[in-house]
Design a binder for this molecule. Structure first.
Ligand SMILES: *Cc1c(COP(=O)(O)O)cnc(C)c1O
Length: 392
């Protein structure tokens, strides 16, 4: 079904392809007709193949993948499953996502860990030198976000991995915005854990995600919850965990959505992540160029490597208002709220900014319509002063 809208909210949730929607809907119909367990038995192989597809996507092995409902669950399973001692240090960047920051703050309080934030350099790039300088004898974990939620830059995750590996420090990567947008190879990145959501650049249904846990570190992580699926050899005297990453899953989950996630991953692989990434960078680059040429618009993205997330604001006008006006013109964008990327936004005195995130299916024509709409909104706002939040 072609979208009637111009969808620039791909960093919120992108539009799943028909093949994904069909897979989910027809699976649900079959469950209703013949029974949930019976349908599962029939689709056993296809459901198993979802793990293989995900493993291919990130160059992992299928026994290193656990299916979860979202990236926050994936990240928390990894972070909170580690055993921290008082005084252990966790290093993060100023681009870290809110769920992750909250987890760090919680463990600061409950476990006495120390959180060190590596600030970006003057040019807005992640500073590898500052990371090296922050590492000390008590550093247990490096926790980074590949692509931040409300900024257009990309972190040099493989360089970070090289440093973490050199110092034998565990490395947890939030790849929520990068999976489906950027080619990801966990071996090249050298991360131990990778947290991903399905609904963003992967074009999977909402409520899907996965966690990658490197085989060698699976025993260092305690599952937060267990059931008969995550364990084997259960007796009244004890139990053994499964031997693969599925020990971090629970038995009950949506099989329909699992299949949908698998279809979305296969779809991305068939197009090719290299082509997807090239196309997204080209469209986003064009969008930044055109936005910057509009009087009164400030593009906020900084750094050498930018991605499909374009953040900007219109001088002196509330971003929520612009979002509403764009919605009235059938253009979807989202708001980057300060709390979502708290260190970064507060360091730069940013509050609510507009986030227009492009995917490969967007077009140059849509970007033109979008920019024309912004010019019209800006002119309309100038005529009606009550909208102005700060009259200078
Ligand atoms: C959206 C987002 C998350 C959280 O993903 P959920 O699936 O909503 O839990 C984590 N990290 C980043 C960078 C995000 O943009």
């Amino acid at each position: 079904m072609p979208s009637q809208k111009i969808h620039f909210n791909n960093a919120g949730s992108s539009l799943p392809p028909d093949i994904v929607v069909e897979a989910v809907v027809s699976y649900l119909r079959e469950e209703a007709a013949v029974g949930g367990y019976e349908t599962e038995a029939k689709y056993k192989e296809q459901l198993e193949n979802v793990y293989t597809s995900i493993a291919r996507l990130i160059n992992a092995k299928k026994d290193e993948i656990a299916l979860v409902e979202n990236a926050s669950a994936a990240w928390s399973l990894a972070f909170k499953g580690l055993s921290f001692q008082k005084g252990d240090v966790v290093i993060t960047s100023e681009m870290e996502y809110v769920t992750n920051l909250l987890g760090l703050l919680e463990f600061q309080k409950t476990h006495g860990i120390e959180v060190r934030m590596v600030p970006n350099d003057e040019q807005g790039n992640f500073s590898l030198a500052a990371l090296e300088a922050a590492i000390g004898p008590r550093t247990r974990l490096v926790a980074m976000t590949h692509i931040p939620s409300s900024a257009g830059n990309v972190l040099p995750v493989a360089d970070i991995g090289r440093i973490a590996h050199k110092h034998q420090i565990l490395y947890l990567l939030d790849a929520c915005q990068s999976a489906g947008q950027v080619p990801i190879d966990v071996n090249e990145i050298n991360c131990d854990f990778l947290a991903v959501t399905g609904r963003k650049y992967l074009r999977a249904p909402r409520g899907t995600g996965f966690l990658y846990v490197r085989k060698e570190v699976q025993d260092q992580l305690t599952p937060l919850m267990i059931d008969g699926f995550s364990t084997r050899e259960t007796s009244l005297h004890g139990y053994e965990l499964r031997e693969d990453a599925r020990r971090f899953e629970l038995y009950e989950k949506s099989r329909a959505l699992t299949l949908g996630l698998g279809k979305a991953v296969d779809y991305a692989l068939a197009i090719g992540l290299d082509s997807i990434w090239r196309r997204i960078q080209q469209l986003a680059g064009l969008m930044r160029l055109k936005l910057s040429a509009i009087d009164g618009i400030t593009v906020h993205d900084r750094g050498d490597q930018l991605c499909g997330i374009v953040t900007f604001s219109l001088d002196a006008v509330d971003s929520t208002l612009i979002k509403k006006e764009l919605a009235a013109k059938n253009i979807n964008v989202s708001i980057g709220a300060a709390h979502s990327t708290l260190y970064y936004m507060s360091r730069r005195n940013l509050d609510k900014i507009l986030r227009a995130s492009v995917h490969y299916y967007n077009t140059e024509e849509e970007i033109d319509i979008f920019c024309d709409a912004l010019v019209a909104i800006r002119e309309g706002v100038e005529l009606s002063t009550p909208y102005l939040t700060k009259l200078i």
